[in-house]
Design a protein around this ligand. Sequence first.
Ligand SMILES: NC(=O)c1ccc[n+]([C@@H]2O[C@H](COP(=O)([O-])OP(=O)(O)OC[C@H]3O[C@@H](n4cnc5c(N)ncnc54)[C@H](OP(=O)(O)O)[C@@H]3O)[C@@H](O)[C@H]2O)c1
Length: 264
Amino acid sequence: MGGGFRRGGAGRLGLGAMRLPGMPGRLPVDHTTAVAVARRAVQLGVTHIDTAAFYTRGTSRANEILRRALRPYPDGLTLATKIGPGQDVRAVVRQNLDELGLDVLDLVYLQSGRPDEPLAGRFAQLAELGEQGLVRGLGVADVTRAQFAEARAVAPVAAVQNRFGVLDQSDGALVDECAEADVTYVAHSALGGGRVRFTDGGLRKVALRHGATVYQVALAWGLMRSPTLVQIPGTASLTHLEQNMAAVRLKLDETDMTLLERLA
Ligand SMILES: NC(=O)c1ccc[n+]([C@@H]2O[C@H](COP(=O)([O-])OP(=O)(O)OC[C@H]3O[C@@H](n4cnc5c(N)ncnc54)[C@H](OP(=O)(O)O)[C@@H]3O)[C@@H](O)[C@H]2O)c1
């Protein structure tokens, strides 16, 4: 497993930084709050932060918020970033190094734009940057199982980042494949990307049983679903961050898991 990830306990609940600069259609996030959220995440045990040079809103940039909040970066923190579809692999790696103020990136995903997109050529470019010491762990994002296999034939894949959560379990086969291969599976949009309404009766039942919120149940489910699964809930709210991190202490039983597995 590359990237020096710590996957136990709170280390498997990370932070998605996409919302720190603010999102279209939502109230802007002030810089002080964004910096406070990043700092508090690390205090609460977050060791995996997901970012990208293209997570921007106006002049506010996720990478710059993280740099301002966390540099010098604590030991054991993985900052994962990504190269979007069609972006220049070398240029974007350079941009992320500059914006984050790093000499080497912990983990970089090559993001697929569509399920039939060939990835081998661009993944080989990323692997070359790994050999040059600029990138520690190589990842792929938004991929099919075939694309994952294609990338692995080029170079070892340290992590896969795909959409997965209690309300969208369609990528379960790849989650299991990653667990078998000891590859980190980073579930994005585990809370439905803010678009899914967490009103499902089964979720509410489990939440009531444990005196937890439905969001905490969703995250606790992910932690139990696979030992190599890391979740990166996105938030720009200190209250939500605290609630999300408390999900590490929520232990679901077999009955809960069976009920929740039926939701998808
Ligand atoms: N590879 C890809 O294609 C891809 C795509 C999308 C995202 N990502 C990554 O995945 C991360 C997570 O994605 P995401 O932010 O879209 O989706 P998400 O984590 O599923 O959901 C975030 C939404 O849930 C809300 N929320 C978070 N915690 C909450 C809580 N405890 N109670 C109530 N609401 C809560 C947030 O609002 P508040 O801000 O108000 O808390 C926000 O609207 C991103 O930050 C990004 O790093 C990757």
